[in-house]
Design a binder for this molecule. Structure first.
Ligand code: PNS
Length: 160
């Protein structure tokens, strides 16, 4: 049984993330969407909100679970008994960062293998930060996120 982790900040989860998770779920027996609690990024949504939105967005995927984690990804992978990480690759700009993360994770635990799925053209330039900016400026995010995430963004920015 091959279980993979798809880790991320998911602030918030986008259709680009969902495309990668869904494609990973067809390749693997099970996918665990690992929502990182501690991140160098200041997040708009709390860890509880990011996890809940990811859960709502993936309920239709039978072999996908969403779990939040704190600390190192390699430690979480070990704890869950998972040795494969699947990440999405968008434009070339992702490559350098992912190359570095993979190298660090390999140093920390050589048994953890990271593999990549290329984003399709329509999601190549989609990111959580673009979605947040669009929502903050009152733009329509419905093409890029689920209705629940769009609603959560609307609520968040109406609060500010
Ligand atoms: O969606 P992101 O921001 O690209 O996801 C990055 C994430 C959460 C996968 C990465 O920051 C991560 O693995 N964080 C957990 C801490 C960790 O293991 N860092 C690498 C060694 S310093």
């Amino acid at each position: 049984m091959t279980i993979a982790l798809t880790p991320g900040t998911f602030d918030p989860i986008t259709r680009g993330h969902l495309d990668i998770i869904s494609r990973a779920s067809t390749l693997m027996d099970e996918v665990i969407v690992a929502v990182a609690e501690s991140t160098p990024k200041h997040t708009l949504f709390s860890i509880e909100e990011r996890t809940e939105l990811a859960k709502q967005a993936t309920t239709h995927m039978d072999n996908v679970r969403v779990i939040s984690f704190d600390g190192l990804l390699v430690d979480f992978a070990r704890k869950m008994g998972v040795s494969v990480v699947v990440k999405g690759l968008r434009a070339i700009t992702d490559f350098e960062y992912e190359f570095q993360m993979n190298a660090i994770n390999q140093q920390l635990d050589y048994r953890l293998e990271t593999t990549f799925i290329m984003s399709p053209p329509e999601y190549m330039y989609l990111s959580s930060s673009i979605v947040r900016e669009l929502a903050a400026l009152g733009g329509d995010v419905s093409k890029f996120v689920t209705p629940e995430v769009a609603e959560a963004l609307k609520f968040k920015f109406s609060d500010m």
